[in-house]
Write a protein that binds this ligand. Structure first.
Ligand code: CFM
Length: 541
């Protein structure tokens, strides 16, 4: 149950352990939330370099590009140009699932393909090995498309993956071969890799096919990666409402769907952080509007589908959507009713990624639980404070490192899907195009919002708040559990899921109920209470 904590005092305590300069910087990333006026919230320092010496929760640019954005698509043959470890680590560890239509449809996800760079290649160059890898991949699989992903050493030794891609495309006409400059060290986190991935998919893939799917209401879903089968549940919802989901970027997706993704009338964005770039560029080039949706939470899923139906404005579609979501919400309510009695009033903390720390608060709200502290690993100010702050975000050297494409309306394919009057009318009716409100305006006053949390801060939060459940990843899991607090992995779902949509909400309620109401956690004695601990003091001068 909730322990009353003075978050302002706790913030002072968190930074007190640091040397002055570090304390000043961390203080800007630890914010006591205050929502005033028109969803105004305090500024938070984010998307800034982690201070050396602090063990961060973040990942690298290669992880964001290959592991996150491109990883879940099944028939782009993906070659990691680099040491074997990078390829192995990004190989299905995120539990992104896929369902090829038939047993012999191409699916390269069960394979981890890498050039396996060795010391010799680091000294004499790895391009030759990359060409051989592409030759081998073409001979074995005849893929439609090949993506080459750069790891740190590739940038350091200066291999030109783009030149290799061009040459090999000439050698193999008909195969789309493209390289990503997503060397791990680019930017300050995996967020840079998302941007690199968005850019290349936009310039080299989207708009290259005219495949059209059947149906009158065609939509793409951007920023949904089918972790634990989430996309399968979302597919079911779209289908039952009568909306055609053309391409999901990139859960359970194919190359052809990406290539023809410009043939829709609406882009919906689920994970704003990882894919807002693509939504913006497709709007400029093709005239496809976008708005934010969320399929985490039963109410949020219903609201998202209603918004989509409202956008198309067809009475039959609105009625079909309404009938379906009402039926599903009733099923969810039956389960929730029993569980909520046991979860009401309990507390949660969420420190994860760049969007889930926000989205999952919806599910906790449905359970009657309170989020006392939350934060992202690598999100930007717009994900925290809302897109309204975009003009005031200062571009630093690390962000400048990632190319901003100069996009213009396509002379042939640009076609506004709605007139300005139609868009204005929809906005008046409550739709917000090209916008994301951010996490902080939706959180209670005096909750703590912390960017790029580290272990020291995490331990203090647990000691003070004693939350009933902590949501993060595997790097945090066992430390938290040794404190006697259950940890739910919101990246991999701890082998459970799906958690999206209506079926997912029920799964989540049940899993959280089991965790927060199990007595086993109160029996845990942390090893540091019975075993000696080494201590050291920081002395200046
Ligand atoms: Fe988007 Fe993601 Fe996330 Fe993300 Fe990720 Fe992920 Fe995540 Mo792990 S794309 S920002 S880089 S919702 S892999 S599916 S769970 S950190 S909150």
């Amino acid at each position: 149950m909730e322990t009353v904590v003075n978050s302002t005092e706790l913030k002072q305590e968190l930074v007190a352990a640091y040397p002055n300069k570090v304390a000043r910087k961390r203080a800007k990333s630890i914010v006591v939330n205050q929502v005033t006026g028109e969803s105004e919230v305090p500024e938070i320092l984010s998307n800034a370099r982690t201070i050396p010496g602090i063990i961060t929760m973040r990942g690298c640019s290669y992880a964001g590009c290959k592991g996150v954005v491109l990883g879940p698509t099944r028939d782009i043959l993906q070659i990691t140009h680099g040491p074997i470890g990078c390829g192995f680590y990004s190989w299905l560890t995120r539990r992104n699932q896929t369902r090829p239509p038939t047993d012999d449809s191409p699916n390269y996800m069960p394979y981890a393909m890498s050039t396996d760079l060795q010391e010799e290649n680091i000294i004499f160059g790895g391009e030759k090995k990359l060409r051989l890898a592409i030759d081998e991949a073409v001979a074995l699989f005849h893929p439609k498309a090949i993506g080459i992903f750069s790891t740190c050493p590739v940038g350091l030794i200066g291999d030109d993956v783009h030149a290799v891609a061009r040459d090999m495309e000439e050698k193999y006409p008909g195969i789309n071969i493209f390289g990503f400059s997503c060397e791990g060290y680019k930017g300050v986190s995996q967020s840079a890799g998302h941007h690199v991935a968005n850019n290349k998919v936009f310039t080299d893939v989207v708009g290259t096919s005219d495949m059209k799917k059947k149906g009158s209401y065609k939509v793409n879903l951007l920023g949904e990666y089918n972790i634990g089968g989430d996309a399968f549940e979302i597919d079911r919802i779209f289908e039952n409402c009568g909306v055609t989901l053309h391409a999901t970027f990139s859960g359970n997706s194919t190359y052809e769907e990406f290539a023809s993704a410009h043939n829709v009338d609406l882009n919906t964005v689920m994970c704003h952080r990882s894919i807002n770039y693509l939504a913006g560029m497709m709007q400029t080039k093709y005239g496809i509007p976008w708005f934010k949706v969320n399929f985490i939470g039963a109410e949020a899923s219903a609201k998202s589908m209603r918004k989509i139906a409202q956008y198309f404005g067809d009475e039959k579609l609105v009625a079909q959507t309404e009938a379906f979501v009402t039926k599903e919400l009733a099923k969810v309510e039956l389960v929730l009713e029993k569980i909520k009695r046991r979860t009401e009033g309990k507390t949660a903390m969420l420190f994860v990624g760049g969007s889930r720390a926000h989205h999952y608060q919806e599910l906790f709200k449905e359970l009657g639980m309170k989020t006392v502290a939350a934060g992202y690993e690598f999100a930007h100010r717009d994900d925290y404070e809302g897109r309204k702050v975009l003009p005031s975000i200062k571009v630093d050297a690390d962000s400048r490192n990632i190319e901003e494409l100069d996009v213009k309306a396509d002379p042939k394919d640009y076609a506004p899907r709605k007139t300005p009057q139609e868009l204005a009318a929809l906005e008046k009716a409550g739709l917000r195009f090209g916008d994301y409100e951010g996490m902080m305006p939706t959180m209670d006053n005096n909750t703590l919002v912390i960017d790029d949390l580290n272990h020291h801060e995490m331990e203090k939060l647990i000691e003070q708040y004693k939350p009933d459940v902590f949501c993060a990843g595997v790097k945090e899991k066992y430390v938290v559990q040794k404190y006697g607090v259950p940890l739910k992995q919101l990246h991999s779902y701890d082998y459970s899921g799906p958690y999206a949509g209506f079926v997912g909400a029920i799964n989540f309620y049940r899993d959280i109920d089991r965790m927060v109401n199990s007595r086993v956690w109160s029996l845990v004695v942390p090893p540091w209470q019975s075993e000696p601990e080494l201590r050291a003091t920081y002395v200046v001068g």
